[in-house]
Every structure is written in structure tokens, then in C-alpha cells.
Ligand binder design. Structure first.
Ligand SMILES: NC(=O)c1ccc[n+]([C@@H]2O[C@H](COP(=O)([O-])OP(=O)(O)OC[C@H]3O[C@@H](n4cnc5c(N)ncnc54)[C@H](OP(=O)(O)O)[C@@H]3O)[C@@H](O)[C@H]2O)c1
Length: 282
């Protein structure tokens, strides 16, 4: 599996498997399938409520723990006071492991500085090997990097061919933060699975449109975590290392970028902020 080096020297697989919207029961079967077909990085979150299933699948897979890279995220209801560290301990317990490879703040709302300081302490204590953030826009990221001691290793943000995060990426590169995509298949929106540009390029390489889209992100240095509950699709989404897109093909796919989010409207939209506040009743 191709790896990418984080800013603290830790290597992580550039391609992994995500389990958003996978029920707790199904997560165990899905992660077992994902590991059996060759995935070595699993992306979960406290908010997905499937850490136990993920942990059971990893333990029962026969794959040594150190060969599986586990990504987890702290939910914003756990950002205040001692809650972040307590929630990390809870995640470790649910996953049945004594370390998490990469722990992220899931959202840039609430007491994120307190939560990030807890991540820094968890890093020092060896509970996590790397720390980072998710859904941070450039302004959030610049602010966090300025006031915290440890630069986030990654920022996991909505990224796919229709929203390529070209501007945000410039700031991530400047700050030394790796770009990790969520929704790399655009969750199928905007005709993703039947897109003609992707299909035509794929035909030249004996690949499908989705494989071309994932390969495109890999070639742009993005970490990707496509999700599927179906084993044959998990396999398809993994077969990305036996072909290479040309510069002309890369340029053609760049043109699909709308520079606007497709799945999750901007976090700078007040109505979206209100929606997120609704997730943390006070
Ligand atoms: N940090 C965040 O806020 C955040 C937000 C969203 C997601 N994520 C992470 O990113 C991961 C991936 O994003 P996502 O799950 O939202 O969306 P995605 O990976 O872009 O798309 C998943 C959808 O594509 C379908 N699919 C997968 N492979 C396919 C294939 N080869 N052919 C046809 N259909 C295919 C899946 O259906 P089936 O399952 O039925 O195959 C599912 O409906 C998540 O699982 C999660 O780990 C993070």
C-alpha cells in the first residue's frame, strides 16, 4: 500500500476505508471485508457510533495491530473541560486498542482549542501517534496553527472531482498539513458514477470512472477513504496503483471542479452553523 509521510514523520496509507453511515453491527463485517481485500487504514469517528465494531473486526482479522492505521475523530459534544481526554480514553476502550494512529477534531465549532490541547497531551502520552482536524476551512486552520503548539498532521475535508479544494490546499501545503478527502466519490451526487469525462478517461486505461476519480486525488497527493458496504466495490476502489493519469487527463479532470461544496454546505453559512449547534444541546 502506498504511504504518505505526515509532518511528524509518521507514515500512513494514502488509501483507506471509511465507515460513515455504517451501522454498528454492519461495521464489523464491513471492516473485516475491507481488511481481507487489502485495506490497511480505517476511518471512523465517535459520532459514527461504530468504534466497537471496527475494533472487533481489527482484532479478529489476524492482521497485526501495527499494520492497521486507525483514524478516529472527537465529536464536538466532547470538546469542553476534561471531556476530550475522557472521550479519547473511551474511544480506546471501544476500539480495544492502546493507541489510535490519528485522532482528529471532527468539526471547527465549540471549544476546539481546549479539545486540541487535549489531543496534544494525548500525543505526548502516546495514546495517539498523530493529531489533526477535519472540516477546518483555511481561516480556522491558520488560526489553530498560530495558537497551538503542534501543527495538525492532516485536515480531512470534503474533496472530490467536483470540489477539489484547490484554494484551501494552498494553505494546507503552506502550513505542512496533509490534505485528506472525505466523500471522495462525491457520495454519488451530481451524476458522479455516470460522469462522461471520467468514464472516457477510464476506458483508455481499462478502469471505471470512480477509479479514475480516486486515482486523480491520489496523484494530487490527497489521502482518500472511499466507503462501500459491498466487498466487490471495496476491491474496485482499491485497484488504483496499476495505472497512471497523464498530465492532459489530470488537466481535463481539473475542469470538473466547481470550487463549491456539494455534500456539506459551507461552514460559514449561518444556517449550517445553527444546524451544527443543534447537535450539541445545552
Ligand atoms: N470528516 C467528516 O466530516 C466526514 C464526512 C463524511 C464522510 N467522512 C468519511 O469519509 C468516508 C467516505 O465518504 P462517504 O462515505 O461520505 O462517501 P463516498 O465514499 O464518497 O461515497 C460512498 C457512496 O458511494 C457508493 N459506492 C462506493 N463505491 C462504489 C463503487 N465502486 N461503485 C458504485 N457505488 C459505490 C457507496 O454505496 P455502497 O456502500 O452501497 O456501496 C456509498 O453510497 C466516510 O465513510 C467517512 O469515513 C468524513
Amino acid at each position: 500500500m502506498q504511504t504518505i509521510k505526515l509532518n511528524n514523520g509518521v507514515e500512513m496509507p494514502q488509501l483507506g476505508y471509511g465507515v460513515f453511515q455504517v451501522s454498528p453491527d454492519e461495521a464489523e463485517r464491513c471492516v473485516a471485508d475491507a481488511l481481507s481485500v487489502g485495506y490497511r487504514m480505517i476511518d471512523t469517528a465517535q459520532a459514527y457510533r461504530n468504534e466497537e465494531g471496527v475494533g472487533r473486526a481489527i482484532r479478529q482479522s489476524g492482521v497485526p495491530r501495527e499494520e492497521v492505521f486507525v483514524v478516529d475523530k472527537i465529536w464536538m459534544s466532547n470538546y469542553e473541560g476534561d471531556a476530550p481526554m475522557q472521550s479519547i480514553d473511551e474511544s480506546l476502550r471501544k476500539l480495544g486498542t492502546d493507541y489510535i494512529d490519528l485522532m482528529l477534531l471532527h468539526q471547527p465549532f465549540g471549544d476546539r482549542y481546549n479539545a486540541y490541547r487535549a489531543l496534544e497531551r494525548a500525543l505526548e502520552a502516546g495514546k495517539v501517534r498523530a493529531i489533526g482536524v477535519s472540516n477546518f476551512y483555511p481561516d480556522h486552520l491558520i488560526d489553530l496553527c498560530h495558537f497551538m503548539d503542534v501543527v495538525p498532521a492532516v485536515n480531512q475535508v470534503e474533496t472530490h472531482v467536483f470540489f477539489q479544494q484547490v484554494e484551501a490546499r494552498k494553505y494546507m501545503d503552506e502550513l505542512g498539513v496533509r490534505h485528506m478527502s472525505w466523500g471522495p466519490l462525491a457520495e454519488g451526487k451530481n451524476g458522479f458514477f455516470t460522469n462522461e469525462t471520467l468514464a472516457a478517461i477510464g476506458a483508455k486505461h481499462g478502469k471505471t470512472g470512480p477509479q479514475v476519480a480516486l486515482r486523480y486525488l491520489l496523484q494530487r497527493g490527497v489521502i482518500v477513504i472511499p466507503k462501500s458496504v459491498r466487498k466487490e466495490r471495496m476491491e474496485q476502489n482499491l485497484q488504483l496503483f496499476d495505472f497512471e493519469l497523464t498530465n492532459d487527463e489530470m488537466a481535463e479532470i481539473l475542469k470538473l471542479d466547481t470550487a463549491r461544496p456539494l455534500i456539506m454546505p459551507s461552514h460559514h453559512d449561518p444556517e449550517i452553523t445553527k444546524m451544527f449547534m443543534g447537535f450539541v444541546p445545552r
